[in-house]
Design a protein around this ligand. Structure first.
Ligand code: DLL
Length: 459
């Protein structure tokens, strides 16, 4: 695009936006509030939600009584740490409606968390909650740079999972058009991306890679035939390497979005164009990071488990909900002008940290190491086992570049395999077996990818 006279260019990596193209902040009152006002607002809302939850939810009434806490004891945010945590198991124990704070006829919608086994975690919304959700998703999409001129190819799953409908209601609110394609039937997705000319792609990062693969297979020149300029990806952990890979292959700018069904769905936090952490909508969700072992709150900048309190949820208020997601919080001015606290990308889950022969192994670290090799593709699986109930073993199966599977390349492939194996052993502190698999041998996912298979639990 030729810059008009006087236009200031901002270097945006894959795409260049002019400064005047920047989308206004959706809700400047709450997104640019001075920090001291944020704290005051949160303390007021916390007091209210604690009173509300203890009046309406017997679980909280009992829990607060046991902790000898009531709304009257809350004067400032310092009192937050005296409140008890809510755990995912509490939701499971009160499945499906036990933590609801309103009569059944006021529930306008039910969604769930995408558990792969057992019963899903159920979350309820009143009309007012749906309104709040549309508001935060409108803020999130605007923060990413979406306007009413955009066409969103929404490939998050529609259904109990919150991704599809969450993006949808936010897009409706800002007046963007939506292609509610949901996930799956990738060839058709590629055809429609071209024919309809969507400018924004929303899906999980792993599905974005599946789309990129289909695009390569069909030898589509994305620069010429696609109009995509932006991708909003989340619902599963991804690294900076994956971001670069998606940006290059789909020729768009990739931004991170975070959320969970229990709290609202997508729209708890969103990355702005500066790609430096996700801004949390703190007037509605109060974040803390705690030491997962002691439960003690950690200062800004330190890594631990994210805990969230809903400050305005009617149907299912949650106080100090332990997300099991590991991240860190940080403040400080952002060039986008928002004053909201930011969270780092999710660095893993406290429950998917693997302990292998006594050593803590984080899947994210494996991913980062694998993808530092050009010839390793972003498709991998980690299999942990304990053969004959003795020593733990870790096998990392990663797809490698098709080139390495030519008959003349056997030696080079073995060399790469050994180098990756050594590098992983150095980084992790435990030995792992690496297997390089041929292109497209590992299962592809349309939603969240399952990359860790821990066979030890099956014994
Ligand atoms: O995944 C909501 C969502 C939909 C977020 C679409 C973003 C985009 P759940 O199915 O309840 O909700 O799963 C929530 O997914 O606790 C994290 O472990 C993980 N997760 C969500 N967003 C991210 C992200 C939706 N950006 C669980 N990075 C959360 C890493 C994420 N993990």
């Amino acid at each position: 695009m030729a810059a008009e006279p006087g236009a200031v260019s901002v270097d945006m990596g894959a795409k260049t936006l002019r400064r005047e193209d920047r989308v206004p902040i959706w809700n400047p009152k709450f997104e640019t509030m001075p920090r001291r006002h944020v704290g005051r607002l949160q303390a007021e809302r916390l007091k209210k939600i604690v009173a509300y939850a203890s009046e309406r939810v017997p679980f909280y009434n009992k829990k607060f009584a046991q902790a000898r806490m009531s709304a009257a004891d809350i004067d400032s945010l310092d009192d937050l740490k005296r409140l008890p945590f809510t755990e995912k198991s509490d939701l499971r124990d009160h499945y499906p409606f036990g933590l609801f704070a309103v009569p059944r006829d006021q529930i306008a919608r039910i969604h769930g968390s995408s558990g792969t086994t057992g019963k899903p975690t159920v979350a309820g919304y009143t009309r007012a909650d749906l309104d709040v959700w549309a508001e935060v998703m409108a803020r999130a999409l605007s923060m990413a740079g979406v306007t009413n001129q955009d066409r969103i190819h929404n490939a998050y799953g529609y259904g109990l999972f919150t991704g599809g409908l969450g993006v949808h209601i936010g897009a409706d609110r800002i007046g963007a058009s939506v292609v509610p394609i949901s996930s799956g039937l990738t060839k058709r997705q590629v055809m429609l991306l071209e024919d309809i000319g969507a400018t924004v792609l929303t899906c999980t990062p792993s599905y974005a890679l599946v789309i990129a693969e289909a695009v390569d297979e069909q030898r589509i020149d994305v620069q010429r035939r696609f109009k995509l300029r932006l991708g909003i990806f989340g619902a599963e952990p991804w690294t900076e390497n994956i971001r670069q890979e998606i940006e290059a292959r789909l020729n768009l700018r990739a931004l991170n979005i975070y959320g969970l069904a229990e709290i609202i769905g997508p729209g708890v936090a969103q990355e702005c164009e500066h790609q430096n952490g996700m801004h949390i909508f703190e007037d509605l969700f109060l974040p803390e990071v705690i030491d997962p072992n002691t439960g003690e709150p950690l200062p800004f900048g330190e890594e631990g488990e994210l805990v969230l309190t809903t400050l305005a949820k009617e149907a299912m208020p949650l106080i100090r909900y332990r997300t099991r997601d590991r991240t860190r919080l940080f403040t400080g001015p952002c060039a986008c002008g928002r004053t909201l606290v930011r969270m780092d990308r999710i660095l893993g889950r406290t429950d998917d940290m693997l302990t292998v022969r006594g050593v803590n192994v984080f899947p994210q670290v494996i991913e980062k190491t694998l993808l530092s090799f050009d010839e390793v593709e972003p498709h991998y699986q980690i299999v942990v086992d304990r053969p004959k109930n003795q020593l733990d073993t870790v096998e990392v199966v990663a797809e490698a570049s098709p080139r390495l599977f030519q008959p003349t390349q056997t030696e080079r492939r073995e060399e790469l395999r050994r180098t990756v194996e050594n590098e992983l052993a150095q980084t992790l502190g435990v030995s792992v077996d690496v297997k390089l698999a041929g292109p497209k041998t590992l299962e592809r996912s349309e939603g969240k990818t399952r990359r860790i298979i821990d066979k030890r639990q099956l014994q």
